[in-house]
Design a binder for this molecule. Sequence first.
Ligand SMILES: Cc1ncc(COP(=O)(O)OP(=O)(O)O)c(N)n1
Ligand SMILES: Cc1nc(C(=O)O)sc1CCOP(=O)(O)O
Ligand SMILES: [Mg+2]
Length: 207
Amino acid sequence: MKLRGLYAITDSQLLAGKFLSYVEAALEGGVTLLQYRDKSSDEARRLREAEALRDLCERYKTHLIINDDAELAARLNVGVHLGQTDGPLMPVRALLGRQAIIGSTCHAQLELAEQAAKEGASYVAFGRFFNSNTKPGAPACSLDLLDQARGKLHLPICAIGGITLDNATPLVAHGVDLLAVVHGLFGAENTAEVTRRARAFNELFKS
Ligand SMILES: Cc1ncc(COP(=O)(O)OP(=O)(O)O)c(N)n1
Ligand SMILES: Cc1nc(C(=O)O)sc1CCOP(=O)(O)O
Ligand SMILES: [Mg+2]
């Protein structure tokens, strides 16, 4: 399985009232991974929305990833993204199985990525690269780290944090496989613009 291209991440506030239409518009433009990121504790809504996304992803042959919640990922038989405070990776790998996609947040630290690789991560995520409206407090990361990571790691590298069509090109040039985007994709005025942006993000991987 080749993990390369746009990694779309949902935001429950940004997508209020247009959740599925905007996600489907992104899928229409091409999405390699779709992350369901909802920080609320409304379990019933989370299950309902995640199930709807799983069905959409099946239709578009896209991989669904659940943020933070390995139990929900196991229930839906999809992947999971774990941050440094979301618990250890190895038991989650045992729970979800060898084929599952498991991502790991590594901030700006190569050592965290090497550890995640050893523990069986499917991809490692570095960030934030630019100012992020979604997560303003995230620690900053430089392009230099991407060069070091590319030399040392043999698994897909994801970049996150404030990525837009205007600033993403250098990330791809420095070896990023996955561009993880919230606002730069779903902050669009309408569904047609979401689809256009998704297509344009994917074009960056073709040159
Ligand atoms: C692809 C991707 N990379 C990083 C993160 C951030 O994960 P985490 O540090 O656990 O923070 P939250 O997203 O849970 O607030 C991510 N979700 N996805
Ligand atoms: C969820 C998240 N994690 C980050 C990190 O650096 O680990 S930055 C971020 C927010 C990404 O949203 P946007 O594309 O709107 O900046
Ligand atoms: Mg997390």
